[in-house]
Design a protein around this ligand. Structure first.
Ligand code: ADP
Length: 426
């Protein structure tokens, strides 16, 4: 319509339309925006009143959502059916409806008039659509001075309807996005609660199994076969304990830095201790582990235990995902304000498509069904949480079939972590 006869609108009306268009971009709240639209209808089409309906899925009717201030309170309770109403016709056909002699037109939905003690003399209804989806209807009611609605009014109404369509569609999308993110947050919380409760409940009976099995192994004299069965029980129980620890550590991400036990510690010593705790596993798997530490012991302000868990998870993975005869290099470097720890292996590597996801909770490259390795896909996400709690950063580089390089950076002084971000940008 706009292209057909743009000169029939006065400058004042065009200015009002332009102003409304700008309002649309100003991100104002839904109610004031719709109010402006209906008030503008009266002003720009010289109408006694106007209304804005939205389709309501629960009732399959059109619901009044805005009308000029004088009538809006009453109107809000009203709904109009899609059949036998002017608004319904505009909505279902997607075309404007003009009725200039309402008293003799059967399409008028008389209940509204009766309820409001109002007489509809003329109506101009246009559908509100966005990308061919019908959202509602705009109506101008009772052209003042007994005049008839004309093409200029239609042009105004179609412009306002297209503004309303864009605005409403954006609002609907925003609402849907908000609801989706709230649902995700709730699910995340439920998952974390479940992990926290399950790991807590499993810990006690497992402690008893480990305790009693260790007692039996140390105290009683069994034959070799029974002894080896006891060892298997103990090994499996210890493995289960590791998994439970990983589960209980995953929900730490949402907690604040308050949970960090800060103290000064030697990173050289921490690395050596963790490497020593894996030396039996490395020997058994015939993997050579080399450690390259700074000559002068590097001291950090932070939580020794949490960083030992992070580093231990990287080292455990490098042993798990490297074939016998392979090599692992643990390297600690001193950078300005930071300590960098790298665990480099010449193992199976990680496919490029999986690399961006490996720090996600429960993500594993091999599917659970045909896994050759144990684990539940939490080790790296736990390591990430621990490192980020320190204001640090963790990342991985890898070439499938050649090996992987996992590194993390930790600020030497915890309080400087957030400020010294320049190195992360590099
Ligand atoms: P998992 O318990 O499965 O080891 P992680 O969170 O520790 O869980 O690791 C996630 C996935 O990343 C692993 O399942 C594995 O596919 C891959 N991965 C981690 N570290 C390495 C590595 N050093 N070499 C190859 N793949 C690795």
């Amino acid at each position: 319509m706009m292209g057909e006869n743009p000169t029939s609108l006065s400058n004042a009306k065009l200015n009002t339309l332009l102003w409304l268009g700008r309002k649309l971009n100003a991100a104002i709240e839904m109610e004031p925006f719709l109010q402006i639209v209906v008030e503008s209808i009266c002003q720009l089409t010289s109408s006694e009143t106007s209304s804005l309906f939205l389709f309501e899925a629960e009732t399959s009717m059109l619901k009044f959502v805005a009308a000029p201030r004088t009538s809006s309170i009453k109107l809000k309770r009203l709904r109009v059916p899609l059949e036998h109403s002017v608004a319904g016709e505009a909505y279902t056909t997607g075309k404007p409806v003009i009725i200039n002699h309402a008293h003799e037109d059967a399409r008028i939905y008389r209940s509204v008039d009766q309820e409001l003690s109002f007489t509809t003399r003329s109506i101009l209804a246009v559908p509100i659509t966005y990308r061919h989806e019908a959202l509602g209807v705009l109506e101008a009611v009772n052209k003042l001075g007994g005049a008839q609605y004309d093409d200029a009014d239609l042009m105004v109404m179609e412009t306002l309807a297209s503004y309303a369509g864009t605005y409403l569609f954006n609002a609907i999308l925003l609402e849907e996005a908000l609801q989706a993110s709230q649902a995700l947050e709730e699910m995340e919380k439920k998952k974390n609660d479940f992990l926290a409760i399950a790991s807590h409940e499993l810990r006690t009976p497992l402690g008893l199994i480990v305790g009693h099995a260790s007692f039996l192994r140390d105290m009683a004299q069994f034959d070799e076969q029974t002894q080896s069965q006891l060892d298997t029980i103990l090994r499996s129980a210890m493995r289960m304990r590791e998994l439970i620890e990983a589960m209980s550590n995953t929900h730490l991400g949402s907690t604040s830095q308050k949970r960090l036990k800060r103290k000064s510690f030697s990173i050289n010593q921490m690395i050596e201790e963790v490497v020593a705790s894996f030396s039996a596993q490395a020997t058994q798997q015939k993997i050579q582990v080399r450690v390259d530490l700074p000559a002068e012991s590097l001291h950090l302000q932070g939580d020794n235990e949490k960083l030992a868990i992070a580093f231990g998870n990287l080292l455990k993975n490098s042993l798990t995902y490297t074939e016998p005869g392979g090599h692992v290099l643990v390297k600690v470097e001193k950078l300005p304000g930071f300590a960098k720890v790298s665990v480099i292996d010449d193992g199976i590597g990680i496919p490029a498509a999986d690399l961006p996801h490996i720090f996600d909770k429960f993500y594993q490259v091999e599917s659970h069904l045909n896994r050759r390795h144990g684990g539940i896909g939490l080790g790296l996400s736990v390591a990430k949480v621990m490192v980020e709690m320190h204001g640090g950063q963790i990342w991985a580089e890898s070439i499938e079939g050649k090996g992987s390089n996992f590194s993390f950076l930790i600020p030497v002084d915890l309080d400087q972590g957030g400020k010294s971000t320049s190195i992360f940008a590099a």
